[in-house]
Design a protein around this ligand. Structure first.
Ligand code: GDP
Ligand code: IMO
Ligand code: MG
Length: 428
C-alpha cells in the first residue's frame, strides 16, 4: 500500500515523467503537491508528444485519478486550457480532483511577477513569469485567494479587495503601472466557479482513504531539490517545497505514510534561470549537451544551461529527500563523448569541499573537481537491459551510483516511454 514520492534531484527538467511511466499500471492516484504552471513536462507516448504545465504527467496514464492538492498554486485559466487540450486528444480528464485549499494565481500575481523581475535588473531570478512567487507570498502573508473562496462571492470580493489594497499602491507608485480593478479580478474568477465546483474535494481525506484501502498513491513533485525554497540555492529557487517533505504538507498525508522516494537525476546537469551551477559549461561541450539533449525549456523555450554530472548534489538530494531509488535519465545523450567528466567534490579558494559548502557565497565560487570516465560510441537507445549497454556505459552508471547515495534503479536511454532499462523494482 505504498505512498511513493517522485522528486527532481537537480534543478528541474530531469524527465520526471519517466518514473511515472515506469509505475504505470500500478498507480491508483497521482498527486501534484507543489508549484503550479511553472513546471514543464514533455512526455512522449508512442508517436504523441504532450507538454504539460499544471497537470501532473500521470494524467496521461489510463485509469489513474489525478489530484491537484493543497500545496499547489492554480492558474484556473491554464487549468481549463490544459484539460480542454488533453480532452481533445482523447485523454480522460474527467476524474481530476482539486483541493479547495489550493491557492489561486490571479492576474495581479502574474503582473507582479513580471514587473518585479524587470525591476531587479541584473539581480533577477529568471522566473517563469507565471505568478508563482507572488501567489505563494500572498499565501504565507495570509492574503491569498483559495479555490474554495470562488464559491462565496462576498468573501471573494473582500479578499481580493484586501489583497489589491497594498498591491495597487505598489503597482502605481513604485512600478508605474495601472491599478488593477477589484471587479475585473472577481469577475474573472467567478466565471470559472461553476465549472470548478464538481472537481473540488477534500483531497487529503480522499488520499487518506485510498491509502487505507491499500491503493498506491504517487506524489509527483514539480521543480526539484535545488529549486526548493528551503533546501535549494536560495534566492535562486522557486517558492514552494519541492522536496519529499513537501509531499506531506502539500497534500495532507502524514509523513510516516511515505514508503518510497524516487529521485530523478539526469546523467548530466541542466539549469534554467539564474543562480550558482558549479559544473556549468560555456564551451562546445555545453553546446553538445544542449543540442543532443534538446535542452530548451518546455515552459518558456529558454535554452537550458548545461554541465556535467555533479555527485555532491546527488548525495545532498539523497539526504534531504531520503531517496530510496534514483532513476537516471538521458544516458543516451552522452553517447559519442570520448571522456566524460564527473564532479566528485569542489574547490573553494584552495580548500576542498566534499559536500556542498554551507555558505552560498562559497558555493557561487565553487570550482568542480572532476574525475574523468571513459565514454562510448555505440548507440544505446535500443538497450533494454543493463547488459545491453556497452561496458563503459555500465561503468559510468556504476561509478555514479557509488558516489550518489542511493541505488540507480532505472536508466533512461531515449525520450519514449519504453526507452528505459530497469535494474530494480522501484516499489521494492
Ligand atoms: P520534467 O520537468 O522533469 O518533467 O522534464 P522535462 O519534460 O522538462 O524535460 C525532460 C526532457 O527529456 C523531455 O523532453 C523528455 O521527453 C526527455 N527525456 C526523458 N527521458 C529521456 C531519456 O532517457 N533520453 C532522452 N534523450 N530524453 C529523455
Ligand atoms: P519542472 O517541473 C526548471 C526555475 C525558473 C527560475 C526559478 C523561479 O519542469 O522541472 P518561478 O517561476 O518558479 O518563480 O521561477 O525556478 N524553475 C524551473 N526550472 N524546471 C522547472 O520545473 C522549473 N520551475 C521553475 O527558471 O529560475
Ligand atoms: Mg520541465
Amino acid at each position: 500500500m505504498p505512498a511513493v514520492v517522485i522528486i527532481g534531484a537537480q534543478w528541474g527538467d530531469e524527465g520526471k515523467g519517466k518514473a511515472t511511466d515506469l509505475l504505470a499500471g500500478r498507480i491508483d492516484y497521482v498527486v501534484k503537491f507543489n508549484g503550479g504552471n511553472n513546471a514543464g513536462h514533455t512526455v512522449v507516448v508512442g508517436d504523441e508528444k504532450y507538454a504539460l504545465h499544471l497537470l501532473p504527467s500521470g494524467i496521461l496514464t489510463e485509469g489513474v485519478i489525478p489530484v491537484i492538492a493543497n500545496g499547489v498554486v492554480v492558474d484556473i485559466e491554464v487549468l481549463f486550457d490544459e484539460l480542454t487540450a488533453l480532452g481533445a486528444r482523447g485523454v480522460d480528464v474527467s476524474k481530476l480532483l482539486l483541493s479547495g485549499n489550493a491557492h489561486v494565481i490571479t492576474q495581479y500575481h502574474r503582473t507582479i511577477d513580471k514587473v518585479t523581475e524587470r525591476f531587479l535588473g541584473k539581480r533577477q531570478i529568471g522566473t517563469t513569469g507565471r505568478g508563482i512567487g507572488p501567489a505563494y507570498a500572498d499565501k504565507i502573508n495570509r492574503v491569498g485567494i483559495r479555490v474554495q473562496d470562488l464559491f462565496d462571492e462576498k468573501i471573494l470580493r473582500q479578499k481580493v479587495e484586501g489583497a489589491l489594497d497594498q498591491k495597487n499602491h505598489l503597482l502605481v507608485k513604485v512600478y508605474n503601472r495601472r491599478a488593477i480593478l477589484v471587479d475585473e479580478v472577481v469577475d474573472d474568477l467567478l466565471a470559472y466557479a461553476e465549472r470548478l465546483r464538481p472537481m473540488v474535494a477534500d483531497t487529503a481525506l480522499v488520499l487518506h482513504e485510498a491509502l487505507e484501502r491499500g491503493e498506491t498513491v504517487l506524489f509527483e513533485g514539480g521543480q526539484a531539490t535545488m529549486l526548493d525554497v528551503d533546501h535549494g540555492t536560495y534566492p535562486f529557487v522557486t517558492s514552494s517545497s519541492s522536496t519529499a517533505g513537501g509531499a506531506a504538507t502539500g497534500s495532507g498525508i502524514g509523513p510516516n505514510r511515505i514508503d518510497r522516494v524516487i529521485g530523478i537525476v539526469k546523467a548530466y546537469t541542466t539549469r534554467v534561470g539564474a543562480g550558482p551551477f558549479p559544473t556549468e559549461l560555456f564551451d562546445e561541450s555545453g553546446e553538445f549537451l544542449r543540442k543532443t539533449g534538446f535542452e530548451f525549456g518546455t515552459t518558456t523555450g529558454r535554452p537550458r544551461r548545461c554541465g556535467w554530472y555533479d555527485a555532491p548534489i546527488a548525495r545532498y538530494t539523497a539526504r534531504i529527500n531520503g531517496v530510496t531509488d534514483f532513476v537516471m535519465t538521458k544516458l543516451d545523450v552522452l553517447t559519442g563523448l570520448e571522456r566524460i567528466p564527473v564532479c566528485v567534490a569542489y574547490e573553494v579558494d584552495g580548500v576542498r569541499f566534499d559536500e556542498i559548502p554551507v555558505s552560498q557565497s562559497d558555493f557561487h565560487h565553487a570550482k568542480p573537481i572532476y574525475e574523468e570516465l571513459p565514454g562510448w560510441t555505440e548507440d544505446i537507445t535500443g538497450a533494454r537491459t543493463f547488459d545491453d549497454l556497452p561496458a563503459n556505459a555500465q561503468a559510468y552508471v556504476l561509478a555514479i551510483e557509488a558516489m550518489s547515495g542511493a541505488r540507480i534503479s532505472a536508466i533512461g536511454v531515449g525520450p519514449g516511454r519504453d526507452a528505459i532499462i530497469q535494474r530494480h523494482d522501484l516499489l521494492d
